[in-house]
Unconditional design. Structure first.
Lengths: 262, 320
């Protein structure tokens, strides 16, 4: 089975996000980018399928993404067999928010048409995709069946059985014929760790190749008017002082509500 | 140009979801601004049409493959409805169904899509939306150009105070497309929610931890506070997805909704999916070093003191 895992970087949400002065994007220059956490889950699920039944796992990214080399080398170190960077032969711009989902889907679709996969597994969403999610956009371009918000995948000969999650812990077990596209919410186990020595080895093997593709079937996107921070002035009363002062105030809040014994 | 606003109804176990009514309420306002009507698409049992109050028209496709949600069946039926009814705007939930179908419909119906939507408007005939991105830290105001558009809307974005008492004036049946008999997937079983070691939804108080805890080794620090207070430890999605705590401890849209008397949030930034699960707690105290964290928008009290300083100080005081 050939499994393709499209991956991308997103701003590290632990850091403070700064907007550009003209409010049409985020300040990308000083921002730390990390692998989209749902893509990390998708790769893990693909590697679990490889571990249990044998599969060829191909990690795919776009050349215009920040940190993409590091992301793909790490995927190789974790157990992906090959990694491919897709360069946009039409030289489309990346825009203030990075590559739009429509363009990304069109690039990956072009790659998959040239080198078809039995199964495409990607993160269900990304923190910076206001124009929609990659997995089902990709599936529609290629006319493949798709299921998203998936929390486990089991492979048979010509089908996979996936568990699709809904609110409140309810889930559906769905059997999907291959080829298919799956959007992963979380893998059956936490993403594995890649030792730094294995990442260095991966950088030396040359298993990362670059390929120019022409996007296929890009569609109309959104027109950005303005970006701004969330209004948070609405509610919270901020507690002041050092950690000890703040702890005193929180304890008093709980005590006043009868939530503390003693 | 068509002026109608369409809502995809969601239902489980013969009950229409609460979120559907929220969408119908918003659709009515938008339809009124556009000079059109509100149409609600019901995929599945026709007898649910009676529950779809507030709709002007219910458009029903009834077929065995639509009894429960199945992505390919829903997508094919919805495309048939979209091509026949040609609405100006389609609204779906930004939960599983919207995350699953939104982007595919955008390609197949050739319409722009705005996801994670917290507000919608009509500006001189153009549909506008506000999308909550980057974990809820940034709002993107966008236009959806063209003559048709799709928005997937966050739960809780709109109030449910619209008057939805009137039954739909009209129920239109659409013949199921032939594609529903040649699907490439099938629903094998519906699995109910599991029961965990502790029921966080029943707890009077929760100590909850997010991404800011940084590593599994650090969990002990907040676990000690939960212990001292005699309450369960819960978490936001990143902590559970990393495998640091079991799924049964997860608060949020893909976890459990909780409404304790007090919710103490440490290192939780407040992504929309998390806020949906805890915003109704009686007292919310949030600790996050980022003063711009969206959690402060729903918390009653907040602090930007480092959790690694605050939590041990709290343990000292609680233990006395």
């Amino acid at each position: 089975m050939r499994i393709v895992v499209p991956m991308k970087a997103v701003p590290d949400l632990v850091e403070e996000i700064e907007l550009s002065a003209d409010e049409t994007g985020i300040e990308r220059e000083y921002l730390k980018f990390v692998l989209n956490e749902w893509d990390a889950q998708a790769l893990e699920e693909a590697l679990l399928l490889k571990d249990s039944g044998g599969a060829e796992v191909v990690a795919v990214g776009c050349s215009a993404d920040p940190e993409i080399d590091q992301i793909l080398y790490t995927a190789l170190a974790k157990g992906a067999d090959t990694a491919v960077k897709l360069a946009d032969a039409s030289a489309g711009g990346t825009g203030p928010a990075g590559i739009p989902v429509a363009t990304r889907a069109a690039l990956v679709a072009a790659f998959l048409e040239a080198q078809p996969a039995d199964l495409v597994i990607s993160g269900v969403q990304a923190a910076d995709d206001p124009d929609g999610q990659l997995p089902s956009a990709l599936a529609a371009l290629l006319d493949l069946p798709h299921v998203s918000v998936v929390v486990s995948i089991e492979a048979d000969a010509d089908a996979v059985t996936v568990r699709q999650e809904f609110a409140g812990g309810v889930s559906h077990e769905v059997q999907v014929h291959l080829p298919a596209v799956i959007g992963v919410q979380s893998a059956r186990q936490p993403p594995r760790y890649a030792p730094i020595t294995r990442i260095r080895q991966a950088m030396q093997t040359g298993a990362l190749t670059e390929l120019a593709v022409t996007p296929r079937g890009a569609r109309r996107g959104l027109v950005l008017r303005r970006m701004h921070g969330t209004e948070t002035t609405g509610r919270a009363e901020m507690l002041t002082g050092d950690a000890g002062d703040v702890a005193d105030q929180i304890v008093e809040l709980l005590r006043a509500r009868g939530l503390l014994r003693g | 140009m068509n002026r109608n606003v369409m809502v995809l109804a969601e239902h489980t176990a013969m009950q229409v979801s609460e979120g559907t009514y929220e969408l119908i309420g918003e659709a009515r306002e938008l339809a009124s601004a556009l000079g059109g009507v509100t149409e609600v698409v019901l995929l599945g049992p026709r007898e649910l049409a009676g529950q779809l109050r507030g709709a002007d028209v219910v458009v029903c496709v009834d077929h065995p493959a639509l009894a429960d949600y199945l992505p390919e069946a829903y997508e094919r039926a919805l495309l048939e409805v979209l091509s026949q009814r040609a609405p100006r705007l389609l609204l779906m939930s930004n939960a599983t169904v919207g995350l699953d179908l939104g982007a595919a419909l955008a390609v197949r119906w050739d319409a722009p899509l705005a996801a994670y939507v917290s507000a919608l408007g009509i500006d001189d005939g153009v549909v506008t939306a506000t999308a909550k991105i980057l974990g809820g830290k940034v709002l993107a105001e966008v236009e959806l150009p063209g003559e048709r558009a799709i928005a997937t809307v966050l739960s809780g974005a709109f109030g449910t105070d619209a008057d939805l008492s009137a039954a739909a004036a009209d129920v239109v049946e659409v013949t199921p497309p032939a594609g529903l008999d040649a699907l490439r997937m099938s629903l094998r079983q519906v699995i109910g929610a599991g029961v965990g070691d502790v029921d966080i939804a029943a707890a009077e108080m929760l100590v909850s931890v997010g991404r800011g805890i940084e590593s599994q080794d650090n969990l002990g620090i907040v676990a000690e506070l939960a212990d001292a207070l005699g309450v369960p430890l819960s978490a936001s999605r990143p902590v559970v997805d990393a495998g640091w705590l079991p799924k049964t401890r997860q608060v949020g849209q893909s976890g459990l909704k909780v409404k304790p008397r007090a919710y103490l949030a440490f290192g939780i930034s407040g992504a929309p999916e998390h806020l949906e699960g805890m915003r109704n707690a009686e007292l919310i105290v949030a600790c996050n070093t980022d003063p711009g964290a969206p959690i402060f928008g729903v918390a009653h009290f907040g602090t930007t003191v480092d959790l690694f300083d605050l939590v041990p100080a709290l343990v000292d005081r609680v233990r006395g």
